[in-house]
Design a protein around this ligand. Sequence first.
Ligand SMILES: Cc1cc2nc3c(=O)[nH]c(=O)nc-3n(C[C@H](O)[C@H](O)[C@H](O)COP(=O)(O)OP(=O)(O)OC[C@H]3O[C@@H](n4cnc5c(N)ncnc54)[C@H](O)[C@@H]3O)c2cc1C
Length: 385
Amino acid sequence: MALLPFYIPRQRRIKVVIVGGGYAGMAALTTLKQYSSDIDIMLIDPDDKHLKVTHLHETFRYPLSDLQLPFNVLETRFNCRHIQSVLAVTDELLQQCQENRYLAVGDEIIEFDYLIITTGADKQQSEATENVITLQHFMQTAGSELLLERLSRLEQDELFISVVGAGATGIQFLFEIRQFLSRKKIAARLRLIYTGGRVLAQFPQGFDTYVQSCLRDLKIECVSNSRYRRQTDHQIQLENQQTGEVYELPSQLTCLFLGKRQENLLSANLFGQVVVDQKTLQNIFAAGDCAVFRSLGSNVQSAQSAVRKGKLIARNILRHSGFLKVLEPYLHHDIGYVVNLGPSDAVGWLVSEGNIVTGIPALAVKELVEAQYDLLLKGIDTYVV
Ligand SMILES: Cc1cc2nc3c(=O)[nH]c(=O)nc-3n(C[C@H](O)[C@H](O)[C@H](O)COP(=O)(O)OP(=O)(O)OC[C@H]3O[C@@H](n4cnc5c(N)ncnc54)[C@H](O)[C@@H]3O)c2cc1C
């Protein structure tokens, strides 16, 4: 058992319930097990497997099953229990949980000492129609299969596919789709539609410059400053953000990547304890995309921050359950972010946002980060903090 500074355990087992089996939930689970054997962990997630979603765009090349890790495998590996259920997390529920220390899930009453909320951020919803594919579809079916199936329903000679959203997810899918169409010799034209004037707007300007040159090389049409309204049988309807004009372009299929909603996020103090109505709930912790920590650390909605928050709250739960109760503040800042541009190119920053890397070095960094997470899921922690 690894040694955790400032953790002197008491003589009793503690019970922890983790709601949400994504990156933050997995980091909390593995960290709790790393430092304590005297612990019962229950994981609640509506799915039956963990999804390594940061690879999702790669399902144009690899089977979806490569990214899935069944929760029953994790149950055995980490000696925990998974309940397949969804929990409606509200402020009232969390306050009740702090007071009563139990949860009703289905017909079971689950008692706990600590509750962890890691349910991720809500995805922006839009009307799903036959010729609109969203991130939720890609989570169920591999990209290659999904695209071929949707294209097989279309009978047009000249096909237009629109990709909406130029955040990291939209861009990663766009380049994979381009490569996939080329590999399959499908003569469809690709178009990228986005609000604002640049792609990957949350990253340094150099990202936009590099991606725009790749888009030109690959003859992908760009439509900026445009808001998606809907996709009909043969047209995509857009609204010009500057003039308000509504107009249509030819398009038979739209892939929508509208990003995450910034609503319903939980507020947490610098140790990860949830704060409701300005009151700290001592036994309720949150981490990942669903939680905004009031601290100097990064609240970027990334897998890296989710893992660091998940690991931190696990350490703090153990310390809180022990004698000393000295908790550790959240101070993590991401040390890089890499966006894939198809199988053989990428753009990212490393160490500082001014240090932009592209091509093979960027791909190598990404591989390293993903490999580190894979090891964590095997119970091998190589993170420095
Ligand atoms: C295609 C794609 C590529 C990405 N690439 C990168 C990348 O390269 N680098 C990076 O840092 N980040 C990347 N991200 C972002 C990253 O994946 C997220 O920031 C990260 O997954 C957040 O982790 P999380 O644990 O907070 O939430 P999630 O990983 O979203 O997990 C939430 C979990 O909670 C469960 N859940 C949800 N609601 C409930 C409920 N009510 N009750 C019970 N369970 C619930 C869900 O089923 C899910 O298992 C990418 C995202 C996508 C979609």
